[in-house]
Design a protein around this ligand. Structure first.
Ligand SMILES: Nc1ncnc2c1ncn2[C@@H]1O[C@H](COP(=O)(O)OP(=O)(O)O)[C@@H](O)[C@H]1O
Ligand SMILES: [Mg+2]
Length: 270
C-alpha cells in the first residue's frame, strides 16, 4: 500500500462544453453523497452559479468567490464557505466570474491561476478528501483552469443523438491539456445522465457510448427524474430533498461506484 501520509485530496473536474447535460446536478449530488463519509469542497466555476444555489448558498450570501481567487484579489481559504450540507464546503461563483473569461486572456499564467491558488492553499486543501469543480458550458479559460488544476475529469453525457460527436470535442481538449499543460490529467469516466429507459434512442446512444469508451463509462446511469429538477429551487441537493427518489438513489450509487473504482486503482498502483 502507498503511505497514507502522502494522501492529497482527490481532484475531479466535471466538464462538457455542452450546457444542460447534468454537470452541475452531478457535481452537487456527487459532492453531497461523498460528504457523508468525507470532507468535500465544491468549486463553482460557472458564472451562472447554479452549483452555489443548489447547495443552499444564494447570490446575496456568497461574498468573495472563484473570481477573486482567480484574479488574485483573495485567497482560497478566505473564500471557502460552509453549505447546508454537513462536511460540504463551497468556493462560490461570484457575480464577476462572467468577466473572468475575458480578463484572464491578458493575465500571466492564465491557464494556471486556479492551480497556483490551490497550491498556495495546500494546508487548507489538505483537510479535504475530495475537491469537485463544476465547469461552465464552454471550453474557454475557466474550464482550462479547472483541467490544469485537477488529475481527472468526469464527463456527464446526456444520452441523445450526436452525443458521441459532442464528447469527442471534450476528449480532444483533455488530450491537448494533457500534452501541453497538465501531464497528470486523465479522463476518469463518463456518466450517462437523464437516461429515459422508455426511450429507444436513449438505449441506442448508451450502447454506442459504451462500445466506444468501454469501462470508462460508469455502470451507474442517472435516470431522468422530476425530483432532480425540483431540488435546486429548494436550495437542496436531491439527495437531501428526497433521498428515496430514483434520482437521489442513482447519485448515491454513482458515489459508491467512484469509491470502488478509486480503491481498485489504489490496489493496482500499490
Ligand atoms: N436526471 C435528471 N432528471 C431530470 N432533470 C435533470 C436531471 N439532471 C439534470 N436535470 C435538470 O436539467 C437542467 C440542466 O442540468 P444541469 O445539471 O444544470 O446541467 P449543466 O450543468 O450541464 O448545464 C437543470 O434544470 C436540472 O435540474
Ligand atoms: Mg452547470
Amino acid at each position: 500500500m502507498k503511505a497514507s501520509k502522502n494522501r492529497k485530496p482527490r481532484l475531479i473536474a466535471l466538464a462538457n462544453q455542452k450546457g444542460g447535460v447534468g454537470k452541475t446536478t452531478t457535481a452537487i449530488n456527487l459532492a453531497t453523497a461523498l460528504a457523508t463519509k468525507s470532507r468535500v469542497l465544491l468549486i463553482d466555476l460557472d458564472p451562472q452559479g447554479n452549483a452555489s444555489t443548489g447547495v443552499g448558498v444564494p447570490r446575496n450570501e456568497r461574498g468573495v468567490g472563484a473570481y477573486a481567487v482567480l484574479i488574485g484579489g483573495s485567497t482560497l481559504p478566505e473564500a471557502i464557505k460552509p453549505t447546508k450540507v454537513p462536511n460540504l464546503f463551497l468556493l462560490p461563483a461570484d457575480p464577476d466570474l462572467a468577466g473572468a473569461e475575458i480578463e484572464l486572456v491578458g493575465m500571466e499564467e492564465r491557464e494556471h491561476r486556479l492551480r497556483l491558488a490551490m497550491q498556495a492553499a495546500e494546508t487548507t486543501l489538505g483537510g479535504f478528501d475530495y475537491i469537485l469543480i463544476d465547469c461552465p458550458p464552454s471550453l474557454g479559460l475557466l474550464t482550462l483552469n479547472a483541467l490544469v488544476a485537477v488529475e481527472s475529469v468526469l464527463i456527464p453525457l446526456q444520452a441523445e443523438f450526436f452525443a458521441l460527436e459532442g464528447v469527442s470535442q471534450i476528449t480532444r481538449t483533455i488530450e491537448r491539456v494533457k500534452r501541453a499543460l497538465n501531464p497528470d490529467l486523465a479522463l476518469d469516466g463518463i456518466v450517462l445522465t437523464m437516461v429515459d429507459r422508455r426511450n429507444n434512442l436513449s438505449d441506442l446512444v448508451s450502447n454506442d457510448v459504451r462500445a466506444f469508451f468501454k469501462d470508462k463509462v460508469f455502470k451507474t446511469v442517472i435516470p431522468r427524474n422530476v425530483r432532480i429538477s425540483e431540488a435546486p429551487s429548494h436550495g437542496l441537493p436531491v439527495i437531501i430533498y428526497d433521498l428515496k427518489s430514483t434520482g437521489a438513489q442513482a447519485y448515491v450509487q454513482l458515489a459508491a461506484e467512484l469509491l470502488r473504482r478509486d480503491r481498485a486503482r489504489e490496489r493496482e498502483t500499490a
